[in-house]
Ligand binder design. Structure first.
Ligand code: CA
Length: 365
């Protein structure tokens, strides 16, 4: 995301502010290869001066000490211990060819193993999930599905030391340096507030942390201590994780009781113009009446209580290599999920996993 970086655990192919490269709008444009370009000398692991000895890092430290109550000697010590990780730069620079298609992207997130484990997670945490829905309006299956897609309910929370990842991207990845310098600052403040050593936590190669893969800035803004033990612990406390994910969505305008996706019906006359409104498989939002005037509507009547006033979008999912596709009306809550990870496929996978979790949870109850 910029809130949370989308490339959460290495397991989730997708983002939250996962690196921007994953976003639908940027995915198609791979950065030009800098073949032959010489990396700055600092990018060579063995020859590079330690971070704490570099002028740019010293300037960063001075600014941090001026703007926060972090102690200079602490920050120097932490950054002296941070290690440049060339593999992380390589991961960020992976050329992205075509964005994946739905029928390739979705199956790993909808496997029987991920559904079974999600239903167990739901049963084990039913009370916290019910309370999160009461407080924040986000239904359990959506919260569980996000945790399932991000990290397989905590199985894959990332193996990179967060301080190494953030220092590498803040100081040796110029393209995103301002963003990651900000996240590095947030991380050090978070460590101080939550009373842990910043040299310990591990996360994704972009610095996303814990079961929900929050970036440090999101952690500070949106994590909640949902069990009231004094810490918002997104690594070990599923109750805090549940409250935090629900709080994140609520703060990004989740609408209680409203749908995410509904099957669209498109007239044969309307199809071509509807498809032209898509950009990377998703459209801008318009009033449903405007869609209807163009031959796009709901395949089934909307459920009771569904608002008809909010603009809705059109979503395309590629169902097979033969060109089969499905079209969906995307409600505002769909776009809320993309605030977690700016990807149409990510949000659709969360929703699809959520449907399966709910069906299996209710069937077994
Ligand atoms: Ca707690």
């Amino acid at each position: 995301m910029v809130a949370v970086v989308a490339t959460a655990g290495e397991s989730t192919a997708p983002t939250k502010a996962k690196p921007a490269a994953r976003g639908k709008t940027t995915a198609a444009k791979a950065k030009p290869k800098r073949a032959g370009a010489t990396r700055p000398s600092t990018a060579t692991a063995s020859a590079a001066p330690a971070y704490a000895d570099r002028d740019d890092v010293r300037a960063f430290i001075a600014e941090l000490v001026r703007d926060t109550d972090l102690a200079q000697r602490d920050v120097e010590r932490w950054l002296a211990a941070a290690k440049f990780q060339p593999r992380i730069v390589a991961l960020m620079d992976r050329p992205l060819l075509e964005p994946p298609k739905w029928y390739v992207y979705a199956p790993p997130f909808l496997s029987a193993a991920r559904i079974d484990a999600g239903v167990r997670f739901w049963r084990d945490n039913a009370q916290a999930l019910a309370r999160a829905e009461e407080v924040y309006g986000v239904p359990p299956e959506i919260v569980v599905a996000i945790i399932g897609v991000e990290t397989f309910y905590g199985r894959n929370t990332g193996s990179h030391r967060v301080i190494d990842a953030l220092a590498t991207l803040a100081f040796d990845y110029p393209r995103r340096a301002p963003f990651f310098r900000g996240e590095l600052k947030e991380f050090l403040l978070l460590a101080q507030e939550q009373d842990f050593s910043p040299l310990v936590p591990r996360g994704s190669y972009a610095g996303a942390m814990g079961l929900p893969q929050f970036m440090p800035g999101s952690y500070r803004r949106f994590a909640v201590d949902f069990d009231g033990d004094g810490h918002a612990d997104l690594w070990r406390d599923p109750t805090d994780v549940i409250g935090s994910v629900a709080h994140y969505l609520a703060r990004h305008d989740w609408q209680r009781g409203q749908p995410v996706l509904a099957p669209a019906a498109v007239t044969s006359d309307g199809q071509a113009s509807a498809l032209r409104r898509l950009d990377g498989g998703i459209s801008e939002r318009r009033p449903l009446a405007a869609w209807q005037a163009d031959g796009v509507g709901l395949r089934e009547a909307a459920g009771p209580g569904t608002t008809e006033d909010e603009p809705v979008g059109l979503l395309l999912l590629e169902e097979g290599s033969d060109g089969a596709m499905s079209l969906w009306i995307a409600y505002p809550n769909f776009y809320v999920i993309t605030r977690y990870n700016k990807s149409r496929l990510y949000a659709a996978a969360v929703w699809a996993l959520a449907q399966r979790l709910r069906a299996q949870y209710l069937a077994g109850r």
